[in-house]
Design a binder for this molecule. Structure first.
Ligand SMILES: [Mg+2]
Length: 399
């Protein structure tokens, strides 16, 4: 018996026979290109932050793309973004970081993340510092998955091949109610899995009327969410959560300031309706504080905002350990892969905005977004994206 067991064991000596050492197999980053692209929006977009006068309507989004090539011929592409101010600063900081990648082994993503974090440590470990790292980190994860001939979801270890998907553009605050109801009907007929409406009108009664009308149209089973974009104080948020308690909402998003973890926790404890927040946080550490404060039922990390996929995976591990549901913010092209790997059934936020920047289309069917067979992240820059490019800089030598 002992002999039979022994014969099934492959010894390390056998594995090592003919294998190369880690140093020998290690690839090298030889070229990095950093680009600034301004994506125009067809219609200026307003949420509650505009109604309260804190922000102007959104007319364009700044994207920072990183393209990476290695000695062995592998490529990766990743991006970060800024809505309104910040894109130019992030682009400048990303260009400062880029030379740190040349000569590094692209497989050692954790090491590179730490190196880039320390390069800008004087600026802090959240905010623009982490967001400028994200394009590189995301490109490296995509590159690693392409090297393995796997979609990123499979490289990470997928729980599912598709993720339920909701339309986030069901009704902005500037959209008249009859148009909101038309959008809601069109969305449902197009096969979306859920619909989110913006709330946070100066008069709460108007929010209640709009959400109630959408609920009546959809019936009680169809997933419906609302998003207040941080514009209520604790008293108004409490009144709103109470008013919405019988509307069967899947969640109430950002009822309070993004950093009021305690206030969110009080709402989550007090009401049956789930509380969702986290899209504005810019590091794994901030998300850890939110999760440990019991601040939300749904966590909403955004990989480009927290610094990339490396910190997002840390947030996923803690979120799953603490039983949180996951509904990542924006950038569905990246988050589809991450949500597919989360142990608790997640939601994907559907934005059409980024579509024109990529050659590939996402596959939405029966209310779910499907992971494609394409290796890596599965997208490449379109000619339109390159036409929108405002500037770029290259580092190292193109292989
Ligand atoms: Mg939101």
């Amino acid at each position: 018996m002992a002999q039979a067991v022994e014969s099934n064991i492959v010894s390390y000596a056998q594995i090592a026979d003919g294998a190369r050492t880690a140093a020998e197999t290690g690839d090298r980053i030889e070229w990095v290109k950093v680009s600034l692209i301004f994506l125009p929006l067809a219609t200026p977009v307003s949420d509650a932050k505009v109604l309260t006068g804190r922000q102007k309507p959104l007319t364009e989004i700044a994207f920072i793309f990183a393209e990476i090539s290695t000695r062995d011929g592998f490529q990766g592409i990743g991006f970060g973004y800024s809505k309104r101010a910040g894109g130019l600063g992030m682009y400048a900081h990303a260009k400062e970081l880029a030379p740190n990648l040349i000569g590094e082994d692209p497989n050692d993503i954790s090491r590179i993340f730490t190196k880039l974090l320390w390069a800008g440590a004087s600026m802090g470990r959240s905010g623009m510092t982490t967001q400028a790292i994200a394009p590189f980190d995301i490109a490296l994860w995509g590159l690693k998955a392409r090297r393995a001939h796997l979609p990123l979801a499979k490289l990470l270890g997928a729980q599912r091949d598709s993720v339920q998907c909701y339309n986030t553009s069901g009704g902005y605050l500037h959209t008249p109610l009859d148009q909101v109801l038309r959008n809601v009907a069109i969305s449902r007929e197009s096969g979306i899995g859920g619909i989110k409406l913006k709330v946070g009108q100066p008069d709460l009664a108007i929010d209640i009327e709009r959400v109630g009308a959408a609920r009546n149209l959809l019936g009680h089973d169809f997933p419906l969410m609302v998003d207040a974009n941080q514009q209520w104080d604790r008293q108004k948020a409490t009144r709103a959560c109470r008013a919405f308690e019988n509307v069967d909402l899947t969640w109430i998003e950002e009822p309070l300031d993004a950093y009021d973890f305690e206030g969110h926790a009080q709402l989550a404890a007090r009401f049956d309706t789930a509380i969702a927040t986290g899209e504005m946080l810019t590091s794994a550490g901030e998300h850890a504080q939110l999760i440990m404060a019991e601040g939300s039922d749904f966590i909403q990390p955004d990989a480009p905002r927290v610094g990339g996929i490396t910190p997002f995976l840390e947030i996923m591990a803690l979120g799953a350990f603490k039983g949180r549901k996951l509904a990542p913010h924006f950038a569905m092209e990246i988050h589809l892969h991450l949500a597919a790997a989360y142990p608790i059934e997640p939601w994907l936020e559907h934005f059409e905005w980024l579509g024109p920047m990529f050659n590939e289309q996402m596959q939405l069917k029966d209310g779910r977004m499907h992971v494609s067979d394409r290796p890596g992240l599965g997208y490449s820059l379109s000619e339109q994206a390159i036409a929108w490019r405002a500037d770029f800089e290259e580092f190292g030598k193109h292989p």
